[in-house]
Ligand binder design. Structure first.
Ligand SMILES: [Zn+2]
Ligand SMILES: [Zn+2]
Length: 300
């Protein structure tokens, strides 16, 4: 996808001009994105009849929930392996990634199982697996979440037409249940579109409200404008303390660019956290899949 690569280069250029200190982080991010999105994830069709899609959307249930989702074992192993190799080549993560590689090689860690846990976003299961295998919890979670992203993205693309089947009025992602990672302000009226950093889904809020608690009282909603920052702002809710970064966008950003925008606006996270705003630690909706885990365990 040449278009995305060019866009990525341009965005990295802009990012480095504004924040030369992020050069190393941007380099790593580019290498990670090449591993994660370099090859499209194979999927199998999810059969979602019109009425089932409508019931889910109107009931606040993400479309992937309780579906039979295929995670291609070869693809999962490949992406995970390339990410481990990338992080092994960097001094700050070399030792911790080498122990992940050893654990996988010695079958103390089942890569497909780990990525399946990241796909459904069950952090406590990832933590248990890491402890059992004796590897770094945060590193394993990061590797697994990154490996799950291209598969989530491929299914989000497959399910995009089904999003038209009903009205979605929740703050979390209609595909995978994660909280929005960013908001894009689009069009002349700067209409707010939420974006999922896991599956890259795009959804709109039916009214101006907090995605986390549904608060729609204008007096307790607002935003932080950070000095010298022209592209992003931080939308905040004084009722639940939640925040989401928002930036102007002409078009929906592709998944790769979303990840980079998230990095480019990390100083806004710091500004929000300094003012005691947070984001909920648990996903908006806890995803489960049909028959997924046993099948995956058998594959190892
Ligand atoms: Zn999502
Ligand atoms: Zn709120």
């Amino acid at each position: 996808m040449v278009g995305v690569e060019q866009l990525l280069e341009r965005r990295v250029g802009v990012l480095l001009k504004a924040n030369p200190g992020l050069a190393e982080a941007a380099d790593l991010q580019k290498a990670i994105l090449a591993c994660v999105y370099g090859v499209a994830a194979p999927t199998r069709p999810i059969v979602l009849p019109v009425q089932r899609a409508r019931d889910k959307l109107e009931g606040g249930v993400p479309l992937l929930h309780n579906e039979d989702v295929y995670l291609d074992p070869g693809f999962v192993q490949d992406v995970f392996g390339r990410l481990v190799n990338l992080l092994r080549s960097r001094p700050e993560t070399a030792d911790a990634s080498a122990s992940v590689a050893d654990a996988a090689y010695e079958h103390r860690l089942h890569v497909e199982h780990v990525v399946a846990e990241a796909f459904v976003n069950h952090p406590e299961h990832l933590e248990a697996v890491a402890m059992q295998a004796g590897v770094d919890v945060d590193l394993l979670a990061t590797l697994a979440q990154l490996s799950a992203r291209p598969i989530l993205k491929a299914y989000a693309e497959q399910l995009r037409p089904a999003l038209e089947r009903g009205q979605w009025s929740q703050g979390y992602c209609p595909i995978c249940g994660a909280w929005p990672g960013l908001a894009e302000l689009r069009g002349a009226e700067l209409f707010r579109h939420f974006r999922c950093l896991r599956c890259a889904a795009d959804w709109t809020a039916t009214r101006l409200s907090c995605p986390f608690c549904g608060n729609d009282d204008y007096d307790t909603l607002g935003y932080l404008q950070i000095e010298g920052e022209r592209r992003f702002r931080v939308d905040i809710c004084r009722r639940c303390g939640g925040y989401v970064k928002a930036g102007n966008a002409f078009d929906p950003a592709p998944a790769e660019i979303l990840a980079l925008d998230d990095l480019a606006s990390v100083h806004l996270d710091l500004a929000a956290i300094e003012r005691e705003h947070t984001r909920p630690p648990e996903p908006g909706f806890r995803l489960e899949l049909v028959g997924g885990e046993d099948e995956l365990d058998d594959d190892d």
